[in-house]
Write a protein that binds this ligand. Structure first.
Ligand SMILES: [Zn+2]
Length: 305
């Protein structure tokens, strides 16, 4: 490779070495592993544009890691996951239309904006809330595309959360009810020794012998999703999620109005399972003029149950 050496005043061959570098950003020392180019002839350091770019990228990565900030590729992942453009997403967030464009170009977000983006990336329910609240700000077609993507993301999420027992039940159900499973079962058995698992020859399963990964290998995702048990489970999870969101709203509303609510009140609200009561309490939380009034109301609810 050729670069210009100031000393030799000529284009020269150069070699590259790694070097731990330190840079002060916003009053913080950030260490990162960069690269330095040296002239083959006189061994002095030379400037190479690609190496400067590489070092800037490494510095950026190190700073984001240090501050626990979202990366550019994670932001790209958000757009892909929710099938949304950078401008519509900026608008949904109530940010400037070009904010995400700047972040994708490498501008470093504030901690607060970064945390919001991370929450979106990891939590489709939060994204759903945001979308519903601000759908007026984006085009209808964008709204519909993103709604579909969110539903997919939620379904995917069900495989990541700790639901091995539920999956296990569905797998049992499928084993009993479907002959399609056999080739896959054999496939899993032939793969299992490599993974170090004991696979029973009988189609009986228990979660202590199976990791969720193996169960996922065992049964294709579409098979799970077509199972009536899965349908039931998803709608159950959905109801629970909506209920949790509504409870959170009640608590947030009270805290917004009165700064503070007691641990008992919070815990009691969190324990309510009746959707009608939760909805009514939300209205009451908005209207109530004091925490005490609201707590009296909660007492009434307790006595009713
Ligand atoms: Zn030189």
């Amino acid at each position: 490779m050729l670069g210009f050496c100031e000393k030799c005043r000529d284009m020269v061959e150069y070699y590259v070495r790694e070097k731990v570098m330190t840079k002060n950003i916003k009053g913080k020392e950030v260490n990162y592993k960069g690269k330095v180019a040296y002239c083959d002839e006189c061994k002095s350091e030379i400037f190479v544009a690609e190496i400067r770019d590489y070092n800037l990228m490494k510095l950026d990565e190190a700073f984001r890691e240090e501050e626990d900030l979202i990366t550019v590729s994670e932001i790209e992942l958000i757009l892909e996951k929710y099938d949304i453009g950078k401008r519509p997403l900026s608008l949904l967030l109530g940010w400037g239309e070009l904010t995400l464009t700047r972040y994708l170009d490498g501008d470093i977000p504030t901690k607060q904006y970064s945390d919001t983006l991370k929450e979106i990336l990891n939590n489709p329910y939060y994204m759903k809330e945001l979308l519903e609240k601000n759908k007026g700000k984006i085009k209808d077609i964008a709204y519909r595309k993103t709604s579909v993507a969110i539903a997919d993301a939620k379904a995917d999420g069900l495989f990541n959360i700790d639901s091995i027992n539920k999956i296990d039940n569905i797998v049992k159900y499928l084993l009993v009810n479907s002959s399609d499973i056999t080739p896959l079962q054999q496939q899993a058995q032939s793969q299992a020794p490599l993974l170090g698992y004991q696979v029973p020859s009988q189609p009986s399963m228990s979660s202590d012998r199976y990791s969720s990964t193996l169960i996922q290998k065992y049964v294709r995702r579409e098979m799970l999703m077509n199972s009536p048990l899965f349908e039931e489970w998803v709608s159950e999870e959905r109801k629970e999620a909506v209920r949790d969101t509504n409870k959170k709203r009640i608590i947030e509303t009270l805290e917004l109005k009165f700064d503070f609510i007691s641990k008992n009140t919070r815990e009691y609200i969190e324990s309510i399972e009746d959707d009608n009561i939760i909805n009514r309490l939300f209205e009451k939380a908005i209207k109530t003029v004091s925490v005490e009034d609201f707590e009296k109301l909660l007492e009434k609810v307790k006595n009713l149950q």
